[in-house]
Design a protein around this ligand. Structure first.
Ligand SMILES: NC(=O)c1ccc[n+]([C@@H]2O[C@H](COP(=O)([O-])OP(=O)(O)OC[C@H]3O[C@@H](n4cnc5c(N)ncnc54)[C@H](O)[C@@H]3O)[C@@H](O)[C@H]2O)c1
Length: 344
């Protein structure tokens, strides 16, 4: 039996699954997969021992792939030449560009839903209009939603005949692992050191700082944990005493019910603070722990309001309204009502 030779252009979410699917067909041979960069899928392919040949769709990142020791079996053009059919699962719009190559080499190709319908001779569904695709050079698949929808509608239509359907689609916003639509069910890590640590050293050059920042898909405040090492050992009591005296630090505890950033946002609203703003950072008393000679604690940063007091201090500074920090911050605090809660 001569096997139909198939290649996959674009080894992403769909391409990986197409390749696995083709590899399972006894009457087909997977020539390989093509991509442009050392994506995670390509790295995983390498870690799996390169079960599929990898071809390069353009040269711009060949050096990176070489440096990672990822074997490249040729160019996209080489792959297409060896194929009867190419499954193009490159990002929407790229397939139309790749089509020029398929046309030039006289090969058949099947495009995915992100391409315009005009890319193909037939907009295709395996159940609903299979026969229209017979012998054609270019097909375009329906999108994921449409594919599933048509399966069910075609099923009823074949069994009973249908006149009309009305549909509501509740669409997932991204695939697992996607970051291009914002953080969806995902955390994102920045390169270390975080700019906050670097900035701290710019303002306080005598303190050596470093740190890591992880983005989370939430909006009500940041939480920072700090490990601080003093010139002398700072005990929990010493730290508590100092923090309690600071007007712009609000001491809170888990036992009181401040379970996290959302508790603080709700409390600010209960106080009637406009927009749920909080000028103070909150510091969890019960987060303070000693670790050897160091002290560790956690603070909540209400990002929308926290810089307001220090900005007003800045006005005082640039206008030389007060000559010391103690004087200026005290005036700012007084006008903003900061620290009132300590007397309440
Ligand atoms: N993700 C889904 O749930 C889904 C479902 C149905 C259909 N589709 C459609 O499938 C197609 C692919 O989507 P995806 O989600 O797999 O995208 P993806 O971004 O996960 O994968 C695309 C891959 O193509 C590679 N690529 C970029 N330029 C290329 C080029 N010139 N030649 C070859 N490869 C190239 C990228 O590096 C990437 O690995 C789109 O048309 C999309 O609309 C996606």
């Amino acid at each position: 039996m001569t096997k139909i030779k198939v290649g996959v252009a674009g080894y992403g979410v769909i391409g990986q699954r197409l390749a696995d699917g083709v590899a399972k067909q006894n009457d087909m041979e997977l020539v390989g997969v093509a991509d442009v960069a050392p994506t995670l899928a390509i790295r995983a392919l390498k870690e799996k021992g390169m079960p599929y040949n990898l071809f390069l769709a353009n040269e711009s990142r060949r050096a990176e792939l070489d440096a990672l020791g990822i074997k490249i079996s040729g160019t996209l053009e080489d792959m297409v030449k060896s194929c009867d059919v190419v499954l193009d699962s490159s990002p929407g719009g790229i397939g139309a560009k790749n089509k020029e190559l398929y046309e030039r080499l006289g090969k058949k190709a099947i495009f995915q839903g992100g391409e315009k319908n005009s890319v193909a001779d037939v907009f295709f569904h395996g159940y609903a209009n299979y026969e229209k695709g017979l012998g054609k050079q270019f097909l375009k698949l329906t999108s994921c939603n449409t594919t599933g929808l048509i399966r069910s509608v075609d099923c009823l239509d074949r069994a009973f005949g249908l006149d009309r359907v009305a549909i509501t689609i509740v669409r997932r916003v991204a695939d697992p692992g996607d970051y291009h639509r914002g953080l969806t069910n995902a955390l994102q890590i920045d390169k270390a050191p975080s700019h906050q640590a670097v900035d701290l050293m710019t303002i306080m050059p005598h303190v050596e700082a470093t740190g890591i920042l992880i983005h989370t898909p939430i909006t009500h405040g940041h939480i920072i944990t700090v490990v601080a090492t003093g010139k002398q050992k700072i005990t929990k009591e010493m730290a508590l005493d100092a923090f309690r005296k600071h007007p712009r630090i609000r001491m809170v505890s888990i036992d009181e019910g401040f379970l996290g950033n959302a508790s603080l946002f709700r409390y600010a609203r209960d106080l009637g603070n406009p927009r749920g703003d909080m000028y103070e950072i909150a510091l969890w008393e019960d987060s303070i722990v000693e670790s050897g000679d160091s002290i560790m604690y956690a603070i909540n940063i209400p990002q929308e309001a926290v810089t307001i007091p220090e900005t007003i201090d800045g006005i005082r500074a640039v206008m030389a309204m007060q000559s010391t920090s103690a004087e200026a911050t005290a005036v700012t605090n007084g006008y903003l009502g900061i620290g009132k809660w300590k007397q309440a």
